[in-house]
Design a protein around this ligand. Structure first.
Ligand SMILES: [Zn+2]
Length: 281
C-alpha cells in the first residue's frame, strides 16, 4: 500500500526566516502567513511529518507569490529538494500575470516538476478563463503536468486565504475548455462535486481530481465519504495541507472514515496513478 499526501506546502528556509519581509510586499502571503503563529515548513519539516505518518511520498507545492523573485526562490528550493529526495513530488509556483512567466514554467518542467500550484489566479490578478489560463493549461497538458487549484468556496465562514483562488464555476468552465489538462480541485473542490450529478458536468470534469486538504477545518466528518460517492473512489486524493494540518492525524482520520479499499485508493493509489502517468518527450 502506497501512502501519498497530495497537498503540502514547503518554503525555502530563508523565506520562513524572512516572513515579515515577504508579508510586507505580498498581500496574500500576509493574509495567510503574516501571523507568527501560521506555520511555515521547509522540506526537512515535511519529511519528518511524512515519517511520523508513515507516508511514502508527498506532493510539495508552492505558494501563489506575486513577485518573480519570490516564485523563483521557492521554486528553486522545491526543485532542489525533490532532486535530493525522491519521496517528494514537486509542484512549482507560477504567476501567469507576470510577463515572461512561461520561461520559468518551462524551466521548472525541464527540471522535473510534475505540475504547478497551488494556483490562486484572483490573488495574482490573472483570469483563468483568459489567455494566461489557456496557455497554462496547454503547457500542462503537453507536459503531462498537473495543475493544483485553490478552489474558493462561495459560501461559509471566512478563513485566511479562503478567497482569491478559482471558483467552482470557473474551474468547471476551464475544464470544459481544456479537457486534456489534469487538474486537482483542492479542498473538496469547494462544492464543485455536487454538480457531478449532472451528466454533462461529469463528462466535463473527466480530468479533475478532488483533494481533501483542510477538509476537517471546513466540512463535516461525512463530507469525504459523500465526495467519494459523487466523484468515485478513483477521483479523490488524500491531502493534509501540511503544515496547516498534521499528515499523521489527517491520515488516521480518513482511514477511519473510509472503507479499506476506498482508503487504499484515496490515501495513495490515486495520486500514484495521477503523478506517475507522465508524457515522455
Ligand atoms: Zn488551498
Amino acid at each position: 500500500m502506497t501512502l501519498i499526501d497530495a497537498h503540502t506546502h514547503i518554503f525555502a528556509p530563508a523565506q520562513r526566516e524572512g516572513r515579515e519581509r515577504l508579508a510586507a510586499r505580498d498581500a496574500t502571503f500576509a493574509e495567510m502567513y503574516g501571523s507568527p503563529e501560521a506555520k511555515i515548513a521547509d522540506a526537512g519539516g515535511l519529511l519528518r511529518a511524512m515519517d511520523e505518518a508513515g507516508m511514502d511520498r508527498a506532493v510539495a507545492a508552492g505558494f501563489a507569490f506575486r513577485a518573480e523573485a519570490d516564485i523563483r526562490e521557492q521554486g528553486e528550493y522545491i526543485v532542489a529538494a525533490a532532486a535530493e529526495e525522491p519521496r517528494l513530488i514537486p509542484l512549482a509556483p507560477v504567476n501567469p500575470a507576470l510577463p515572461g512567466w512561461e520561461a520559468w514554467a518551462g524551466e521548472a518542467l525541464a527540471r522535473g516538476v510534475r505540475g504547478f500550484g497551488e494556483l490562486r489566479p484572483q490573488d495574482q490578478g490573472w483570469d483563468p478563463l483568459g489567455a494566461a489560463g489557456d496557455r497554462l493549461c496547454a503547457l500542462a497538458a503537453e507536459a503531462g503536468a498537473v495543475l493544483l487549484w485553490h478552489v474558493s468556496e462561495p459560501v461559509g465562514h471566512a478563513y485566511p486565504g479562503k478567497a482569491g483562488g478559482i471558483t467552482p464555476v470557473e474551474l468547471c468552465l476551464l475544464a470544459a475548455k481544456h479537457p486534456g489538462t489534469k487538474m486537482i480541485a483542492a479542498h473538496l473542490g469547494g462544492g464543485l462535486s455536487f454538480y457531478l450529478q449532472m451528466p454533462e458536468v461529469r463528462a466535463t470534469l473527466q480530468n479533475v481530481w478532488f483533494d481533501t486538504a483542510a477538509s476537517e477545518l471546513l466540512y463535516d466528518d461525512d463530507s469525504v465519504s459523500r465526495l467519494v460517492d459523487l466523484a468515485g473512489p478513483g477521483r479523490v486524493l488524500f491531502g493534509s495541507d501540511y503544515p496547516l494540518q498534521s499528515p499523521r492525524r489527517q491520515l488516521q482520520r480518513l482511514q477511519a472514515l473510509l472503507p479499506g479499499k476506498v482508503a487504499f485508493a484515496v490515501c495513495g493509489g490515486n495520486a500514484d496513478t495521477l503523478f506517475s502517468d507522465r508524457h515522455h518527450s
